[in-house]
Design a protein around this ligand. Structure first.
Ligand SMILES: Cc1cc2nc3c(=O)[nH]c(=O)nc-3n(C[C@H](O)[C@H](O)[C@H](O)COP(=O)(O)O)c2cc1C
Ligand code: SF4
Ligand code: SF4
Length: 255
């Protein structure tokens, strides 16, 4: 059973690849968390996986909230792996996952990172299509390595690109991001909005509602997955002035 969280498709594509090749079902954390579906039964020898993007050098809060609530039934401790997708470095994000699972009595046997195109348009411009294709090709190779390691049930095996000052970034910068970097107030739709409602549908936090054909953000803070900005067909959503001319990124599997 593979649980995934994804704003723009990178983590979904990774979870899908592993699911197809391992024959494990995949479950969307954003969807089940909303419905409070947190109780699961693992079959004999079924593996347990978590696939998610890195946000400010840690897993998304929704992933950690889900793990806190998770009620898992299995005859024996399952083989458990974590895969994070990120634009550059994961910091100690995998250690954060390991701690969260440890608190539930689940041992993280192996962990991996996959470098994929960066969707954080609040800070960075989206790369060209050629650059994206090159990164995705390498990502595919990384996924093959991960698949082999997971098939072999490698244990105590971690292949994560943590980057420099990983501990500091995860312990000090992530809490600041959670506090100040997830505010919805700067989100707005420009005059290019056609009221299609896609942003409302794709929001992983169910915090967008269309009123009179215009999206409104109904929570003060959100997951900051940036699905709304990146998946709007009109490119009509901006975050203050920061996202102007930064482009949009969506994994080809979600285009
Ligand atoms: C709010 C936010 C914070 C991010 N922080 C990081 C980071 O700390 N390190 C990194 O390498 N990539 C970071 N990224 C990039 C994403 O981790 C990366 O693009 C990921 O593959 C997106 O996955 P998804 O398409 O499944 O949503 C960040 C993206 C967002 C939206
Ligand atoms: S996805 Fe874009 S065009 Fe559609 S309602 Fe939202 S902001 Fe408007
Ligand atoms: S409002 Fe936008 S960034 Fe925030 S959770 Fe919803 S889709 Fe993601």
């Amino acid at each position: 059973m593979i649980f995934y969280f994804s704003g723009t498709g990178n983590s979904y594509a990774t979870a899908r690849f592993l699911s197809d090749n391992l024959g494990e079902p995949i479950i969307d954390i954003a969807q089940v968390l909303q419905k409070n579906e947190v109780e699961y039964f693992l079959q004999e020898n079924e593996k347990l996986g978590f696939v998610f993007p890195i946000y400010a050098w840690a897993p998304p809060k929704a992933v950690l909230d889900f793990i806190k609530k998770l009620i898992l039934h299995s005859e024996k401790l399952p083989y458990t792996f974590g895969v994070c997708t990120c634009g550059g470095t994961a910091g100690n994000g995998m250690e954060v996952l390991e701690d969260a699972l440890g608190k539930k009595g689940i041992i993280l046997n192996s962990g991996y990172s996959v470098i994929m195109p960066d969707n954080y348009v609040v800070m960075f411009k989206v790369g060209s299509l050629a650059e994206q294709a090159e990164i995705l090709e390498k990502a595919r190779e990384t996924m093959e390595h991960i698949l082999n390691a997971v098939k072999q049930e490698k244990s105590g095996f971690f292949r994560v690109k943590k980057g420099k000052a990983a501990g500091l970034l995860t312990l000090a910068v992530n809490p600041a991001f959670q506090r100040f970097g997830t505010k919805t107030k700067p989100f707005h739709a420009t005059g290019d909005c056609i009221g299609c409602g896609i942003c409302e549908k794709v929001c992983t936090d169910h915090c967008i509602q269309l009123k009179d054909g215009i999206p409104r953000w109904i929570k003060q803070q959100c997951n900051m997955c940036l699905a709304c900005i990146n998946r709007c067909p009109q490119g009509a959503i901006q975050y203050g002035k920061k996202t102007k001319d930064r482009g949009q990124y969506v994994h080809p599997c979600w285009k």
